[in-house]
Design a protein around this ligand. Structure first.
Ligand SMILES: NC(=O)C1=CN([C@@H]2O[C@H](COP(=O)(O)OP(=O)(O)OC[C@H]3O[C@@H](n4cnc5c(N)ncnc54)[C@H](O)[C@@H]3O)[C@@H](O)[C@H]2O)C=CC1
Ligand SMILES: O=C(O)C(=O)COP(=O)(O)O
Length: 527
């Protein structure tokens, strides 16, 4: 397995890769976009921070890539939908640099309040400008927090220690949670109107790009101070420049820019702008944390398939994975079976779980099922990462229900697939919590272990039919490993005969059987 580290990564992470048998690591931190596209094809994993842009072109060229690991939080430099489409897991390390980044925001707020960067430059230039560089106290000032996630909530806690009044706007966090933590939850308008400082801790996404624009600044107090240690582009930089020039905004502390590095940028000419080159996460502690986290996650995925901190597929780790594995396998096998027996265009997949499923995560099991269903039908490269997105693209409606009580089995998964032509229903269970068994196919009770090759025959339920089927196999020289007859649950007019064979059932045998009057259908199924 080959791992490419294309941004600077803490040595502790590199060491983990180097010490892992079967893993080869290349550190190439100065690749041009063209060189990355040229070289990515040979790698199984890519490790990045914020500098590498993982564009759709990079993903297209990444013919072997299985996983992208972000040593840090923000994934705005990765085309996640393109990676998902290709079945590439995208992971970040959501906790390793949060304290460091929150501390940077507080440091920036303090530096802004007391003109520390300007004072340093002035004094080093031989001046002593006490009057010009007078600052403002932070105690009792109102700090408006945009975003009360992992970093925002740490900033709030530290600001409380500075005796600031913290008010919060976060549309996705329950106001009670904010109040319970000791802060005031307010609307965006109120936050703009009341804050003396606004600090940004939201992800960069469609809804937050340009969130702080000319209109937003016009609704703020005169003399507001702005801190951005989240992402460039959340602030409209031209509007901020104007607001700084007019004095509406008294000062801005910027760690991040819409384009990085920003080059010759008007904001960098403003005396009331202080800035750092995306240093929010740059402490020795945070870099060790995220490097170790990302290395452990990538190794676990490449070696065991364990998914930790993925943003585009459900994460399943350690003990939970071990427990789920047989259910994932059963789900995938039921999907594979349905892929081979259905006719027509897929429209709906209804999955019903009962019994032991009450204690299990259903998301990954349903995903494994959809994966099995689409694997033989769609194209190469369908996997548990991209299967749900492909199903959605195909207009297939997937529903999941958890039934209160099991009937005959300790655990039962029943899947009904509706197409433009018919409906097929199959059920499966795990014997001994490990062994997958198909126990029902379209109203016929069966007992099939879903492996190898088999033929499913729907025939008349009358004497002599079974014998004729056996003879056809004998004449064709194909050895029957198991022969089962399933009873129709309701009328009993038809039989389902399931024949397991050593090899895929040859086409001529299939055709001979299909031509017999007593046989309604014969479908070859391979697992
Ligand atoms: N400067 C740096 O070096 C670093 C920057 N970051 C940035 O900080 C951001 C925040 O990180 P975390 O706190 O870990 O993320 P998080 O996901 O824990 O929290 C983000 C919060 O923003 C909220 N939110 C989303 N849209 C919003 C809106 N329109 N208005 C108000 N709130 C909104 C979400 O509900 C969520 O609670 C990251 O996305 C990343 O871009 C993270 C680490 C280092
Ligand atoms: O973790 C994040 O989101 C960051 O912004 C840190 O960026 P970096 O890894 O220092 O390039």
């Amino acid at each position: 397995m080959k791992v490419l580290v294309s941004d600077k990564l803490g040595e502790a992470g590199i060491e983990l890769f180097k010490n892992e048998p079967g893993i080869e690591v290349d550190v190439k931190t100065d690749l041009t976009p063209e060189a990355l596209i040229q070289q990515i094809g040979t790698y199984d994993a890519l490790i990045i921070r914020s500098a590498t842009k993982v564009t759709a072109e990079v993903i297209t060229a990444a013919t072997n890539l299985k996983v992208i690991g972000r040593a840090g939080i923000g994934l705005d430099n990765v085309n996640v939908p393109a990676a998902t489409q290709k079945g590439i897991v995208v992971m970040n390390t959501p906790t390793g640099n949060t304290i460091t980044t929150a501390e940077h925001a507080i440091a920036m707020m303090m530096a802004l309040s007391r003109n520390i960067p300007q004072a340093t430059i002035s004094l080093k230039a031989g001046r002593w400008e006490k009057k010009k560089l007078q600052g403002q106290e932070m105690m009792n000032k109102t700090l408006g927090l945009l975003g009360f996630g992992k970093i925002g909530s740490i900033v709030a806690d530290r600001a409380r220690g500075l005796r600031m009044n913290v008010i919060v706007f976060d549309p996705n966090v329950n106001p009670e949670k904010i109040q319970e933590a000791g802060y005031e939850s307010v609307s965006l308008d109120e936050l703009y109107a009341r804050s003396d400082y606004i600090t940004i801790h939201v992800p960069k996404m469609e809804k937050t790009i340009g969130l702080l624009n000319a209109d937003a600044f016009s609704r703020m107090k005169d003399g507001i101070m702005i801190i951005n240690c989240a992402r460039g582009g959340i602030i409209d930089e031209a509007a901020l420049y104007d607001a700084l020039q007019s004095g509406k905004v008294a000062g801005a502390a910027l760690d991040v820019f819409a384009k990085e590095p920003p080059g010759e940028h008007p904001l960098l000419t403003c005396e009331n702008v202080i800035c750092t080159p995306h240093l929010g996460a740059s402490t020795q502690e945070a870099q060790t944390n995220v490097a170790v986290d990302v290395a452990r996650q990538i190794i676990a995925y490449l070696k065991e398939g364990t998914i930790i901190n993925a943003v585009n597929t459900p994460s399943v780790t350690g003990d939970r994975l071990a427990r789920l594995k047989p259910y994932l396998e059963l789900g995938r096998k039921l999907g594979l079976l349905l892929a081979q027996i259905h006719r027509g265009k897929l429209q709906e997949v209804a999955i019903e779980y009962s019994g032991e499923y009450h204690d299990l995560e259903l998301g990954p099991i349903s995903t494994a099922l959809i994966n099995g269903l689409l694997e033989p039908l769609v194209r190469e490269g369908v996997n548990a990462v991209n299967a749900p997105a492909i199903a959605q693209e195909m207009g297939i409606k997937v529903t999941e229900t958890l039934r209160a009580e099991p009937f005959d089995y300790l655990n039962l998964m029943t899947v009904r697939v509706t197409t433009t032509e018919q409906t097929d229903t199959v059920s499966g269970t795990l014997f001994g919590k490990i062994y997958p068994r198909i126990v029902e196919i379209n109203d016929f009770r069966v007992d099939v272990s879903p492996e190898g090759h088999m033929l499913i025959i729907l025939s008349e339920n009358k004497p002599g039919v079974i014998g004729r089927i056996g003879t056809t196999f004998g004449e064709g020289g194909v050895n029957i490993v198991r022969f089962m007859v399933g009873n129709e649950a309701i009328e009993g007019q038809k039989n389902m005969v399931i024949i397991k064979t050593d090899e895929p059932v040859p086409a001529d045998i299939l055709e001979t059987l299909k031509s017999k009057k007593v046989i309604f259908e014969a479908t070859s199924v391979n697992f």
